[in-house]
Design a protein around this ligand. Structure first.
Ligand code: SF4
Ligand code: SF4
Ligand code: SF4
Length: 180
C-alpha cells in the first residue's frame, strides 16, 4: 500500500462563510486571540451586473514542496505523518523565516514566541476523528482524507468534481483543493 498523503477539499459551492470552522479551530487548538489557523475569504469576480462571489475557508495548504520547511534553520518546521507540515514549538526560535517563505500567509507568531499554523488536526486524525473544522461545518463543505488512497472519499471527490489549488504558479503542490 502507498504511503498516505493527507489532503483536504473545500467546496466553494457549499461554504456560506459562517466561520464555524474558524471558531471550532480556535476552541480545539487553543488558538490565541491574535492568531489564526484558518480564515474565510470572500472573493468577488466579474464586472457588474455579472458578479460572482466565491467563499473559501482557507488554512495551510500542507504543500508537498514546502518552502517553509526548507527555510527553517532549526528543523522546527518539518514534514510529519501523511505529508502534513508541522512545527515543533520547542525547536522554534521565532525567527519568522518560515512566515516570509510561505506565499499563503498560513502562519502566525504565538504569544509564547513560536510559530504556529494548521496541523490538519493530526491529534484527532490519529484517534480516528475528523479535523475540528471538518466536523463542525454545517454545510459539509470540508472533507479531509488520504489522496494516495484512490478509494477514499476525498480521492473520489477530486476525480468527480472540477477543482483548483491557489497560486499554482508557485509550484508548491498544495494539498488543499477548492471544488468549483
Ligand atoms: Fe508551508 Fe505555507 Fe505551504 Fe503551509 S501553505 S506548507 S505554511 S508554504
Ligand atoms: Fe523555523 Fe521557527 Fe524560524 Fe519558522 S520561526 S523558520 S519554524 S525556527
Ligand atoms: Fe484548524 Fe484543525 Fe481545521 Fe487545521 S484542520 S484549520 S488545525 S481545525
Amino acid at each position: 500500500m502507498s504511503k498516505p498523503r493527507y489532503a483536504m477539499t473545500m467546496d466553494t459551492k457549499r461554504c456560506v462563510g459562517c466561520s464555524a470552522c474558524v471558531l471550532a479551530c480556535f476552541a480545539e487548538n487553543e488558538v490565541p486571540e491574535q492568531g489564526f489557523r484558518d480564515w474565510i475569504v470572500f472573493e468577488t469576480r466579474g464586472t457588474f451586473p455579472d458578479l460572482h462571489q466565491e467563499i473559501r475557508s482557507e488554512r495551510c495548504h500542507h504543500c508537498s514542496e514546502s518552502p517553509c520547511v526548507d527555510a527553517c534553520p532549526t528543523g522546527a518546521s518539518h514534514v510529519g505523518e501523511g505529508g502534513t507540515v508541522l512545527v515543533t514549538p520547542h525547536k522554534c526560535t521565532g525567527c519568522k523565516a518560515c512566515i516570509a517563505a510561505c506565499p499563503y500567509g498560513a502562519r502566525f507568531v504565538h504569544p509564547r514566541g513560536h510559530v504556529e499554523k494548521c496541523t490538519f488536526c493530526l491529534h484527532r486524525v490519529k484517534q480516528g476523528q475528523q479535523p475540528a473544522c471538518v466536523e463542525i461545518c454545517p454545510t459539509e463543505a470540508l472533507l479531509f482524507g488520504d489522496r494516495a488512497d484512490g478509494d477514499s472519499a476525498l480521492a473520489r471527490l477530486l476525480r468527480a468534481r472540477k477543482n483548483k489549488t491557489l497560486k499554482p504558479e508557485k509550484g508548491l503542490e498544495p494539498n488543499l483543493f477548492f471544488l468549483e
